[in-house]
Ligand binder design. Structure first.
Ligand code: ZN
Length: 143
């Protein structure tokens, strides 16, 4: 395993063990989407709160494999403070990256770039994607 792969693995395990923004809030100003991945038991709920055009808060809860839970944690940290347009751009590019589709490499995916290796494991792509798909759906639902 290369040093870079080791670093990626460390970031993923760190988020899995210490998930950020975990726990849902019961607040009508949040939009909530629940999503499941039956192939490996991942079950994640994502909440986002828009204030003006900014992602004021993003939360997640659920259970599943390390890839799924860590990517939900990374998602929340990446999105808080972004504009809605930035957030959509980052999430769609992230999803293209993990699905091994052409994506805009000039867009800074921040910590989420550690999931670049997922494209070599087609069975895990869904794990890395569902929280991010749920997040995009929360933004759509706001419209
Ligand atoms: Zn999974």
């Amino acid at each position: 395993m290369s040093q870079l792969e080791n670093l990626y693995r460390e970031v993923i395990m760190e988020h899995y063990k210490n998930p950020r923004n975990k726990g849902l809030v019961n607040d009508p100003s949040y939009t909530t989407i629940h999503i499941k991945n039956p192939s490996c038991g991942d079950d994640i709920t994502v909440q986002s709160k828009l204030v003006g055009n900014y992602i004021d808060d993003c939360r997640q809860d659920g259970h599943g494999c390390s890839i799924c839970c860590s990517s939900a944690s990374v998602l929340t940290e990446t999105m808080i403070g972004k504009t809605k347009e930035q957030a959509q751009l980052i999430a769609t590019n992230y999803l293209k990256m993990v699905k091994n589709q052409p994506f805009d490499e000039t867009i800074d995916l921040e910590e989420a770039s550690v999931y670049t290796g997922i494209r070599q494991f087609p069975a895990r792509v869904k794990c890395a994607s569902i929280a991010w798909m749920a997040f995009l759906d929360t933004l759509k639902k706001e419209e």
